[in-house]
Every structure is written in C-alpha cells, then in structure tokens.
Design a protein around this ligand. Structure first.
Ligand code: HAM
Length: 456
C-alpha cells in the first residue's frame, strides 16, 4: 500500500497544525473586533452552486472541481444513467458560494435587516497542478459581509485583511496591496463590447489558451503570464477607465478611505481575479519573498449579484479569503513565523511502580487547574522519566515516592536550578499555581523591560 498522502495534499504535523490553530485564533480575535461571528458550512455542496455562483467558464469550475460520488450515484453512472442535480456534489473550491447559499436558505439577511458578518476557516479543494504554494487541498480563512452596499464596507474589509496579516506577523512593507474595480451591470457590458473588439483585432498575438478565453472569459486574459498576451493586454481598454459614474464614485471613495487609514495600495487595472462573481471593488495581497509565481496570499472583493444568482433577493455582499500555506511561506521567508505554544510546565514522575496510580491522579489534579502537565505511559524508570521531562522542556518535575507518600508529601524538583522542595500532597495544586503565576509576573516584567529599552 502507498503510504504517501495523495498528490497535492499535505499532512499538517503538530508543528504546522499548531500554527493553523494560531492563525484561526488570531483571525477570530481580529475579526470579532469588527463584529464578525463564526459560521460553518458543509465541505461539499451541490455542484450547481459552484457552476452558477463561481461561473462555468472559470478555471475553478471548468477544470478544477472534485466531484463526490455517493454509492447511489456510482450505481447510476454504472447503469449509464445521468445524475440528477441532487446527486451532483462537489468538494468546495472556496467558501463564499456556500456562505451565500446559507444566507439564502436561512434568510439570514432579511430585507431592511442588519447586514450579516461571518468568518470561517477550513479546507478547500481545487484540482490544480501542485507546486510551491499551490495544493489540491489547502486551508483558507475567510470573512464575508452580506447586505452592505456602502464603500465604507469595502474599506473596512481591506483594512481588516491587512490588520490580520500584521497581527500574524507579515511585515507591512512586504505586502503589496492591489486594488481594482470590476464595474457592474451598468458599465460592464459596454466595456465587454470594447474589449471584444480590441481582442478580435489582436487575436493572433494571443496564446492558444487566451484565444479560447477571448470567446469564453476574456477578462481572464489580463491574468495570463504569457509575454505575448501581456504585451497585447498592456494596450487593452481597462475596466477602471470605463466605469459608470456610480462605480467610479464608489471606487474613488474606497480608495480615499483606505488611504486615510494608512494603507499603501497600488491600483492594478489587470487585477481581475479568478472567480466570475465579482462586481466593483476587488483586491489582492501579494508578497514576493518565499513565494514563486503563486504570490497572492489572499484576496477578495464585492459580489453584489451573487445572492440573486444563488436564488435570493438582490443583496450586496463582499469578502476575502486568506491562504494559510502561502501566508506561512511568506512568514517563514520574513523570519516572523508565530511562536508555537508554551512548553510543558510540569512533569509528574513515579519513583516506583507502586506510586504510579498516585502520580496519575496528581497529574489529573494539576490539569484540572489548567497547568500543562505530562506523565509517563510506558512504564519507564525514574531516570528515563527525568530524561523525558527534560526533552519536553518541563520546568518542574513532581516526584511521587513511597517514603514521602507515607508522610503525605511529594517532592517538587526545579529542573533548571536542580533544587528540590518537599511539599504536602494535599496542597500541590496551590503550590504549583503560585510558582506558575510568579513566572508569569516575571515574564511580564521582562517583556516590559524589553519594550522600554527598545524605545530608549
Ligand atoms: P481566491 O483568490 O481564489 O479567492 O483564493 C484566496 C486565497 O486562497 C489565494 O489568495 C491563495 O492564497 C489561496 N489559494 C487559492 N488556491 C490555492 C491553492 N490551490 N493552493 C494553496 N492556496 C490557494 C477566493 O477563494 C474567494 N472565495 C475570496 C473571496 C471571499 N471573495 C469574496 N469573498
């Protein structure tokens, strides 16, 4: 049997899984400050949701979807029958369409009601060619704001995204924040006409894939990395130059607000994003260090037609998603990867086999008062329990020995100072807690000293 995980997937071993926890915790802290609440949607949805929501002509829908087959679907396919819509299921390639589906299903944004602000975190699936920063199963954290049309909402989204990156450790000077406007139903059709005319004059200079895209999804040509296509698109009409008055005014206000908030952005008329639902503001955060061509660590935008496309009343919306793996590569390159959780504080060792059950109950009592505690489950000798404690980085080891127990006492050993203290068994929790809080006070003053000497 092949014991490797499938191509394009990775195991998050404890070290990386801890970092994912830190990402989710940091996102929850940052986003809740803006009024966002968590939401969980299924990992698979009806295929039609993505086809209609993301767009049939996008790469994500036309080439990258993982379709899920239940037993009855397999049987139907074997019998040469077509699957009905209920049986066509797909692993989610992104979270926005699912959130919007949940909004419609549960009427979460009733007419005249307050907007909905939600955030989510979890795996997404795209059948792409794996490379650095590009996997077939990857992790995203996302936020969606549904029911808000004012440009303040767009500005808040961009500011919140940058806040998250700063909070997790991406240096501000390494982030390239690109923005563009995709227009809306009032201005996009006329723009499409101009673009189509321009592309038909330059068709021969496009790569074969873009010649195809010129018919199916011409905006995507702005994203092509082929030098011939780049040269053609440099002179192409842009959306930003063809916005209607309302879209131009909206875009202008967003740019002014983010600028006032100190966000150093770049307007990029070629930023078109890979999903068809966008209208008006789109944005992306790119970082070069540590990433190859997959340098977008997150992005998003407004999707004012998506709720309607999915079957609800016309309701504006916008959001973003953050790619965990790419952001981690950026943090590694910047040397700012968040510190993993604290080391074990206490190890409880049994001096003899006869005291193992008391050692076990002492460990449970310490855990009950939230002290990080570990003990031996392999019948090791006392010497190798000490070694184990050292390897785990325990600062204290509680030694439970027969002689001390007969007097109602146990020994607490300071692993750094190599000193020992005999303590009453009954008061062990209070004793350990007092030591831990003294460490915390010391650590607080140390960090405070560090901060004031930095300033000085
Ligand atoms: P997206 O740009 O397709 O947007 O994905 C967001 C981020 O997910 C990317 O910037 C990238 O960091 C990461 N990502 C995408 N594909 C892969 C992959 N194959 N491997 C590793 N990381 C990847 C969305 O998904 C939209 N739902 C964002 C949004 C939310 N727009 C409005 N609301």
């Amino acid at each position: 049997m092949d014991t490797r995980s499938p191509r394009g997937t990775v195991d998050l071993l404890p070290e990386q899984a801890r970092l994912w926890d830190i990402f989710v915790r940091t996102a929850t802290e940052v986003f809740s400050g803006y009024g966002y609440e968590p939401i969980q949607t299924p990992i698979f949805e009806h295929t039609d949701l993505f086809v209609r929501g993301i767009g049939e002509a996008t790469d994500v829908v036309s080439k990258e979807m993982f379709t899920v087959l239940g037993p009855s679907s397999v049987a139907a396919l074997k019998a040469g029958e077509d699957l009905d819509a209920d049986h066509r299921l797909t692993l989610r390639p992104e979270g926005t369409a699912s959130v919007v589906r949940a909004v419609v299903q549960h009427n979460l944004v009733p007419k005249g009601g307050a907007p909905l602000k939600v955030h989510y975190a979890g795996p997404m699936f795209r059948y792409e060619r794996p490379q650095k920063g590009r996997q077939r199963q990857f992790l995203q954290i996302g936020a969606e704001l549904i029911g808000a049309n004012a440009p303040t909402a767009d500005a808040e989204m961009i500011i919140m995204l940058v806040r998250f990156y700063e909070a997790i450790g991406v240096p501000r000077e390494q982030m390239r924040i690109l923005v563009n406007s995709m227009g809306d139903d009032a201005c996009r059709p006329a723009f499409r006409g101009k673009l189509d005319a321009y592309l038909s004059d330059h068709r021969d200079a496009l790569c074969p894939r873009c010649q195809e895209r010129a018919d199916t999804n011409p905006l995507r040509i702005f994203d092509c990395k082929n030098p011939g296509c780049i040269a053609v698109m440099e002179a192409a009409p842009t959306l930003a130059d063809n916005l209607c008055d309302d879209c131009a005014d909206h875009y202008d206000r967003v740019l002014r607000m983010i600028s006032h908030a100190g966000i150093d952005y770049t307007e990029d008329p070629s930023l078109v994003r890979g999903l068809d639902y966008y209208t008006r503001t789109v944005f992306e955060v790119q970082v070069d260090a540590g990433l190859g061509s997959q340098n977008a660590i997150g992005g998003g935008g407004r999707y004012d037609r998506l709720v309607e496309i999915v079957g609800g009343d016309p309701t504006p919306g916008l959001g973003f998603s953050i790619g965990f793996e790419r952001t981690l590569l950026a943090l590694e390159a910047a040397g700012t990867t968040p510190e993993p959780a604290d080391e074990f504080v206490v190890y409880v060792a049994a001096a003899e086999d006869a005291t193992r059950s008391v050692a076990f109950s002492v460990a449970q009592r310490l855990r009950d008062v939230d002290v990080r505690t570990e003990l031996d489950h392999q019948g090791r000798s006392l010497k190798s329990q000490f070694k184990h404690a050292d390897r785990l980085g325990a600062r204290l080891t509680v030694v439970v020995g027969t002689d001390e127990l007969s007097r109602g006492e146990i020994v607490v050993r300071d692993m750094d100072a190599k000193s020992e203290e005999v303590v009453g068994l009954d008061g062990i929790e209070a004793y350990i807690e007092s030591i831990v809080s003294a460490w915390e006070i010391d650590a607080y003053f140390e960090s405070w000293d560090g901060a004031s000497s930095d300033e000085g």
